[in-house]
Write a protein that binds this ligand. Structure first.
Ligand code: NAP
Length: 259
């Protein structure tokens, strides 16, 4: 299927590795020019070089922390007007509900709620003026089904989801659609770190922690960044113009709900 977005420009935040990288790669495969971001310059430059070589698209890189005002200013200055925005950042650490204080919540809200909102506010008005735009926010399955040890993530992402539910309906009439992608467990550094937490807490090996988690997933495996990227590219495509304010779960069936 031709996604009809060749030569569009996309900002993909937090995209040197993992799910963001999967989204960047899938968009580049459709001929979309990219602005890629991550904090670490080395991995970012390596990812950009591989994507340029594989897909022949322009890739601008901005090494910056997207969760800070300074970082966002740098990214926005380099990006200029883009047609597609993929919001992403690292997830908050796990813990116990009794551990988290106000500063922990502010940090999580800054990273996983207020940063995507700031980028939407900065970039969507020009998309509306041009009559076309796509925004995909990478959130989490925890929006549908809480993950108790990720209380900071549960809270911040629920806040973003509420914002998107209303805002997406305010901008859809101008050709801009905003949707959320909800990853269940995917094979990335984040999954390794979460499995590490389980292994430590339960005194089991990493391999056993992974097998234990896999046993809870009807698909019997972790998702891949490539599959995730393909879903993102579709939500950024010409064909997605009637998909407004939705929350698409990519979890191998792990969340046991009818809707
Ligand atoms: P990952 O493998 O750890 O990759 C994170 C990417 O984001 C890296 O490129 C990293 O590069 C960049 N990054 C992290 N913090 C950043 C920041 N403050 N500013 C700019 N770039 C930043 O993570 P992932 O698995 O792809 O997860 C992406 C998001 O999905 C996270 O919010 C995660 O919580 C959520 N999620 C993941 C899963 C899963 O199973 N993987 C499941 C549910 C939700 P630098 O470190 O160099 O900045």
């Amino acid at each position: 299927m031709d996604l009809g977005i060749s030569r569009k420009r996309a900002l993909v935040c937090a995209s040197s590795k993992g799910l963001g990288r999967g989204c960047a790669e899938a968009l580049a495969a459709e001929g979309v020019h990219l602005v890629m971001n991550a904090r670490g310059a080395e991995a970012l430059e390596a990812a950009a070089a591989e994507i340029r070589a594989a897909h022949g698209v322009d890739v601008v890189t901005v090494a910056a922390d997207i969760t800070t005002e300074d970082g966002r200013a740098k990214v926005l200055a380099a990006a200029g007007d883009v047609d597609i925005l993929v919001n992403n950042a690292g997830g908050p650490p796990p813990g116990m509900w009794t551990d988290w204080n106000r500063d922990d919540f502010i940090k999580a809200l800054d990273a996983n709620m207020l940063t995507p909102i700031a980028l939407i506010k900065a970039l969507v008005p020009a998309m509306m003026d041009r009559g076309w735009g796509r925004v995909v926010n990478i959130t989490s399955q925890s929006v549908k089904s809480p993950i108790p040890v990720l209380g900071l993530s549960n809270s911040a992402r629920a806040g973003l989801t509420g914002y998107v539910a209303g805002t997406s309906r305010q901008v859809a009439g101008k050709g801009v659609v905003i949707n959320n992608l909800l990853p269940g467990i995917h094979d990335t550094d984040r999954a390794t770190s979460l499995d590490g937490g389980v292994a430590k807490a339960e005194g089991i090996s990493m391999d056993d922690a992974r097998k234990k988690r896999q046993a809870t997933i009807p698909a019997g495996r972790y998702g891949t960044a490539q599959e995730f990227g393909a879903a993102c590219a579709f939500l950024c495509s010409q064909h997605a113009g009637f998909i407004v304010g939705q929350n698409l779960l990519l979890d191998g069936g792990a969340v046991n709900t009818t809707l």
